[in-house]
Design a protein around this ligand. Structure first.
Ligand code: NOJ
Ligand code: CA
Length: 555
C-alpha cells in the first residue's frame, strides 16, 4: 500500500450537541470541545470526527444544513471553529468535518430560491417533478424517516424529492453548477487545514433514470428508497478529482448499498474514498426490511463472518473504518453483551475485538468510559426523528405501545446521543441547565472523573490500545499485517491473528460468560495484554475465562 500519515490514526467521534456545554444553555458547543481537547489528548487519539456543526434548523440535528460556510449559532461562531482547528492541530489532532451533500436543509437559500419559481436559476439544483394525472406523487418511494419521498409545493405546483425528512430536500447532482459550487465549498474547508471529511449518505446522490412506480413492501403502499444506483461512480470520481485529491487528507464515506466486491472501486488507494463505513457487522440484528421492530436473531458467527469478509475484501490495498458504535447506533455494550454481564471486563473484551483489525479505529464519545443505552419511559422524551418514525411504523405493524417503546429502547439513535457523562455533578457535568436530551441516570457510576481516578478503568485500557496502535513495536504490523481468522466455527470465541514479516499477534476474545478451553496449536512469546490480572501464557492449550481477552505475540 502507499503509506499515508493517517494509517496509524485513531479517531474519536464528537457529537457536538451532547459533548460539553460551555455556556449553560443545555446544548453542547465548540467551546465545550476546545475545553476538552486535553482530555482527548490524554486518551491519545489524533483525529476528531465532528458531526455537523454548520448552520441548520436542526430537524435532523445538523444533518440538514442551511449554510455550509457558517456555524450554527447554538454551537458557536466561525472564529471559534477556526480556533478549534488550530488548538487541535497544536495538540497533534486533526479535525475531520461531516460532509452532508446528498441533501441540504429546506431552509438553505439555494432551496428557497429553487422553490421560488419554476424558472429560477436554481430550480434545477433540486429534484422537481410534476404530479401524476390523478394528482398522486411521481412515484411511491418511501423516505428513510417516514412518508413519501415526495413533498408537494403549492406555490409552483410540483413535487420535490427527499430521501430523508421533508426538511432535507435532495440536491440534484445532475446539475453541473451545483456540483461545482459544492467542490468549491469543500476546498474552502480544506484550505482551513482540516484533516479530511466523513462523507454522509453519499451513495444516495444518484437517482434512478425515471421515477417509475415500485413494488411496495407493506409500508403504506410505499417502498423505502435505495442507494447506490448505477452511474453514481461518475459523480464520485469527479468529486474526488475536484476536491479531495488536491489535498493530503483522508475521506471516510458512509456508502450504503456498496457490495463487498465493489470495495476496491469505492475505497482504498484507487477508490473514490480512502475507506468506507460498512454496516454488515451492526445490521445483523435487522432483517431485509430495515424496520427496527423486525428483529433478527444473530450469533457470534454472524459478527465474525461480517468482520472477516470485510477484512478479506480490503486485504490488498484497502482500508476500512473499524467501529462498534456511533451517533446512529445504540451503545455497543448493550448490543453485544447481555445486560447482566455489562461491566468493566466485558467492555475491555469488546474494545480488544475491533482494535487490532486492519483499518482505522473509531471511538464514539462515551464509549471509552462504557456509556450505555437509555430507556425513556415515554416516546415524548425521545428527540430523534427516526425513533419517532420507527415507533409509528411498529404501531402500524400491530405492536402495542409497550412493545413499540421496547423497540425504541433497543434501537433508538438517542441511546448514543445522551449527554456525555463527565462527573457526578448535576447533569453529569455536561451542563448546569437541563440538557436538550435527558442525561442517562447512571452518570453517578459511569463518568469521566471516576474513570480517570481508577487505573483499572476502561479509559486507561483504551489509552493503552491507542498507544499500541500508534506507537509501539506492533504499529507497523497493525497497519499492514495480514489478517487471518482462527476457530472460525467457534460460537463463543472470536480469534484472529495479524502478521507482518516474522512478527505475529494473536487476539482472543471470549463473548460468553463460560470458561472455554482452546487448542490453538500456538505458543506465546509475550503477553501483550489481557483483562484479568493473571493472563496465562499460551502453551498450545489455553483456558479462556468469562469475557476474557488476551493478545499475544507468537513464537
Ligand atoms: C447518516 C447520518 O449519520 C445520520 O445521522 C443522518 O440522519 C443521515 N445520514 C441523513 O443525513
Ligand atoms: Ca451551549
Amino acid at each position: 500500500m502507499q503509506e499515508k500519515w493517517w494509517h496509524n490514526s485513531v479517531v474519536y467521534q464528537v457529537y457536538p450537541r451532547s459533548f460539553k456545554d460551555s455556556n449553560n444553555d443545555g446544548i453542547g458547543d465548540l467551546n465545550g470541545i476546545i475545553e476538552k481537547l486535553d482530555y482527548l489528548k490524554e486518551l491519545g487519539i489524533n483525529v476528531i470526527w465532528l458531526s455537523p456543526v454548520y448552520e441548520s434548523p436542526m430537524d435532523d440535528n445538523g444533518y440538514d444544513i442551511s449554510d455550509y460556510e457558517d456555524i450554527a449559532k447554538e454551537f458557536g461562531t466561525m472564529e471559534e471553529m477556526d480556533q478549534l482547528i488550530d488548538e487541535a492541530n497544536a495538540r497533534g489532532i486533526k479535525i475531520i468535518m461531516d460532509l452532508v451533500i446528498n441533501h441540504s436543509s429546506d431552509e438553505h437559500s439555494w432551496f428557497m430560491e429553487s422553490k421560488s419559481s419554476r424558472t429560477n436559476s436554481k430550480r434545477d439544483w433540486y429534484i422537481w417533478r410534476d404530479q401524476n394525472e390523478d394528482g398522486t406523487p411521481p412515484n411511491n418511494l418511501r423516505s428513510i424517516f417516514g412518508g413519501s419521498c415526495w413533498e408537494y409545493d403549492k406555490g409552483t405546483e410540483q413535487y420535490f424529492f427527499h430521501s430523508f425528512s421533508k426538511k432535507q430536500p435532495d440536491l440534484n447532482w445532475e446539475n453541473q453548477d451545483l456540483r461545482e459550487e459544492l467542490y468549491r465549498m469543500i476546498r474552502w474547508w480544506l484550505d482551513k487545514g482540516i484533516g479530511g471529511f466523513r462523507v454522509d449518505a453519499i451513495t444516495f446522490i444518484k437517482k434512478p433514470e425515471k421515477f417509475k412506480p415500485v413494488i411496495a413492501d407493506g409500508q403504506d403502499g410505499l417502498r423505502v428508497v435505495k442507494p447506490n444506483y448505477p452511474g453514481v461512480g461518475k459523480f464520485l470520481a469527479e468529486l474526488k478529482a475536484e476536491s479531495f485529491a488536491k489535498y493530503n487528507i483522508f475521506t471516510v464515506a458512509e456508502a450504503p448499498g456498496v457490495e463487498l466486491d465493489q470495495l476496491s472501486e469505492y475505497s482504498g488507494d484507487d477508490g473514490y474514498f480512502d475507506m468506507l463505513i460498512r454496516f454488515d457487522h451492526v445490521d445483523m440484528d435487522m432483517d431485509e426490511s430495515g424496520q427496527w421492530y423486525a428483529k433478527k436473531d444473530w450469533t457470534l458467527l454472524d459478527f465474525k463472518h461480517a468482520l472477516t469478509k470485510n477484512q478479506e475484501a480490503i486485504k490488498e490495498n484497502g482500508w476500512t473504518a473499524l467501529y462498534l458504535e456511533n451517533h446512529d447506533q445504540p451503545r455497543s455494550l448493550n448490543r453485544f453483551i447481555p445486560k447482566e454481564d455489562i461491566n468493566n471486563r466485558s467492555a475491555k473484551m469488546l474494545a480488544t475485538t475491533f482494535f487490532f483489525l486492519k483499518g482505522m479505529p473509531y471511538i464514539y464519545q462515551g464509549q471509552e468510559i462504557g456509556m450505555t443505552n437509555i430507556e425513556y419511559e415515554t416516546i415524548d422524551s425521545y428527540n430523534d426523528i427516526s425513533s419517532i418514525d420507527q415507533y409509528n411504523v411498529a404501531l402500524e405493524a400491530g405492536l402495542s405501545k409497550e412493545e413499540a417503546l421496547e423497540v425504541v429502547h433497543r434501537r433508538s439513535r438517542d441511546n448514543s446521543r445522551t449527554p456525555m457523562q463527565w462527573s457526578e455533578e448535576i447533569n453529569g457535568g455536561f451542563s448546569n441547565k437541563e440538557p436538550w436530551l435527558q442525561v442517562n441516570e447512571n452518570y453517578k457510576q459511569i463518568n469521566v472523573e471516576k474513570a480517570l481516578e481508577d487505573k483499572n478503568s476502561l479509559f486507561y485500557f483504551y489509552q493503552m490500545l491507542i498507544q499500541i496502535r500508534k506507537d509501539s513495536t506492533y504499529s507497523e504490523l497493525l497497519k499492514y499485517g495480514v489478517y487471518e481468522e482462527h476457530l472460525n466455527d467457534h460460537l463463543d470465541v472470536y480469534a484472529y491473528s495479524r502478521s507482518l514479516n516474522d512478527q505475529k499477534l494473536l487476539v482472543i476474545t471470549n463473548f460468553s460468560n463460560k470458561e472455554v478451553h482452546l487448542n490453538l496449536e500456538k505458543r506465546s512469546k509475550k503477553i501483550v495484554l489481557g483483562n484479568y490480572d493473571d493472563t496465562p501464557l499460551l502453551n498450545e492449550i489455553v483456558t479462556v475465562r468469562p469475557y476474557e481477552c488476551m493478545v499475544y505475540e507468537l513464537d
